[in-house]
Design a protein around this ligand. Sequence first.
Ligand code: GLA
Length: 413
Amino acid sequence: MSEFPAEWLDAWSVEDGSQAATTLFADVFGEQPDGVWSAPGRGNLIGEHTDYNGGFVLPFALPHRTYVALRRRDDGRVRLSSAQEPTPWEGTLADVVPGGVAGWPAYVVGVAWALREAGYDVGGFDAAVTSCVPYGAGLSSSAALEASVAVALDAVHGLGLAGPVDAVSDAGRKVLAAACIRAENEMAGAPTGGMDQAASLRAQAGHALLLDCVSLDVRHIPFDLAADDLALLVIDTRAEHQLVDGQYAARRDTCETAARVLGVGTLREVTDLDAALATLAAPGALDGTGQDPAVVARRVRHVVTEIERVREVVDLLDSGRTTAVGPVLTAAHESLRDDYEVSCHELDVAVDSAVQAGALGGRMIGGGFGGSAIALVHASEVEQVAGDVAAAFASEGLRAPGFLVAVAAAPAG
Ligand code: GLA
């Protein structure tokens, strides 16, 4: 049993989060908000770098949420303040254009901009934001911010999209998710794939969200690990990752090039991996694309096998064989590390030390190059595995990681 202390990143209660946002709003704007809305960060059980390849993903909502206290304005002005960011923002919605807003405000005004672009009558607002979603941890603090603003604007401008918390409108939430994705892609300039926004807006408590990234259809899969005496440990490596940098875009570009060469819309359509790899390896197949054939082959192999692993995990959950999910997670990590090459030393230490400490399996989650890993563990061993992982980080001379136990929580509302 490890004696090493693990630092736990606890979620706020909804009451505390709402209170904090309201207090911030009153301090900054000198009045009361119309209300407080919140949205979760996400975990992802399986399906990494498959969303922008038209594949499947199986994320879920975390109990860690971003809270926005918001008040409607009728003059088209927007004023923003955040407890986690030093710089406030102020501007006029009609002047907002892609590329025109930098930093965290882009995720907020981007949602209003995208809803207006989609034809919704969204006007100005004042907003105060605070969050307990670990920042830069690959747990989608950006999607939590977008989704909280989306449901807030939906409510104060009467769009009628999200539906009441106890009877959500999935069709309306699909529209809100699309606006959040545009905000992130076009306003913030991060070419992400849409899994995070779907998880934050369309997941259900107690369930993982199986999302078909082509049709955008969802299925809610019961995901209650405690019932099987299991737990999902999230390890925030505290190695900083950055989605706006070139690596994520480069992976996406390689996949899109491969799909083009293979004559398919997305890599989801590859049904025979060996045949696809043979086509890509043919002399001249990738000429003029600037892509290295060996690298392309590895990227395609990851995507195709990862989509298969999503199907496998769904089958395991559907048939109650939850412990067998562990090795599939570890296989996914190896594929992300060796074929997709998006892991890093901290993530490898997290996964290896968790498995060595008795986890049934584990993998990096999110975009990679830092951020978080997950480990499927026996519920009685959570503390011990976390302690062993923290000890491994210390002996490698790495920054102390943070931990949380992921439970599938409620969506934005
Ligand atoms: C980030 C992106 C998602 C997804 C993952 C990798 O979290 O925001 O759209 O592509 O990386 O699976």
